[in-house]
Design a protein around this ligand. Structure first.
Ligand code: PEP
Length: 251
């Protein structure tokens, strides 16, 4: 079901005490000024998931992992399974973030398996897609993003597809301070919805599509005002409670 979401991707940041502080600070700010009509979600490093799930659920927000293994269980040293993530109380998992694609060589066929694995264990995939700068400059961004969507999501049943959240994150905007304009974001979100509709029909109208890439407290409102932008996946600005909660109030 389509909903407004603001999700924080903490990446590989925060020690245990710092993570706890950030979670309590977010909780306090949300208590003072609750966010109505949008889901707030934090995605801390995996070893803080149980802590985050406990604090988040007591305070009306949610949490998710940043990655998961494509395997069910077994001899995969250092990996974390969907079942493990679900057992912490986390509800979401980011899949296919551009940093996973770039630094860990994750490709769409692997990401398709990860999406299925998440759904099998009741986790909501937040599937990330987005073009690099050269692809946009060569006017290939629609083809690239369309391919990422079809290859990782088109194998899903309608029931499973209905649970998926998509995040459009142009790689040139992630961590660079260079945000897509609201018009660029809207154009791509509308395109993603069209690609999804080509496969899943009217169900695509119900897909939550987030924007990510240097989204912050100053620019979130105009991005979220666009009709196909249902919220944001926030990196750097999610590491400061005030900024993150301000973004969550930007609808
Ligand atoms: C991200 O990592 O998903 C992200 C959007 O990062 P930033 O907000 O820092 O650009």
């Amino acid at each position: 079901m389509r909903k407004k979401i603001v999700a924080g991707n903490w990446k590989m940041n925060k020690t245990f005490n710092e993570a706890e502080d950030l979670l309590f600070n977010i909780s306090d700010l949300l208590k003072e000024n609750p966010v109505a009509g949008a889901q707030v979600l934090v995605c801390p490093p995996a070893l803080y998931l149980e802590l985050a799930a406990d604090i988040a659920h007591e305070n009306g927000f949610d949490c998710g992992a940043q990655n998961l293994s494509e395997h069910e269980s077994g001899a995969f040293t250092g990996e974390i399974s969907a079942a493990m993530i679900a057992s912490t109380g986390a509800k979401y998992v980011i899949i296919g973030h551009s940093e996973r694609r770039t630094y860990f060589g994750e490709k769409d066929d692997l990401l398709a398996v990860k999406v299925s694995q998440a759904l099998k264990h009741g986790l909501i995939p937040v599937y990330c897609c987005g073009e690099i700068l050269a692809e946009r400059e060569e006017n290939r961004h629609f083809d690239v993003v369309g391919g990422q969507i079809s290859q990782a999501l088109f194998h899903l049943s309608p029931d499973d597809f209905a649970k998926v959240v998509v995040a459009y994150e142009p790689v040139w905007a992630i961590g660079t301070g260079r945000t897509a304009s609201p018009e660029q974001a809207q154009e791509m979100h509308a395109y993603i919805r069209k690609v999804l509709a080509g496969k899943f029909g009217d169900a695509a109208k119900e897909t939550t599509i987030l924007y990510g890439g240097s989204c912050n407290a100053a620019n979130a409102r105009e991005l979220f005002a666009k009709p196909d932008v249902d919220g944001g996946l926030i990196g750097g600005a999610s590491l400061k409670a005030e900024d993150f909660v301000k973004i969550a109030h930007s609808f």
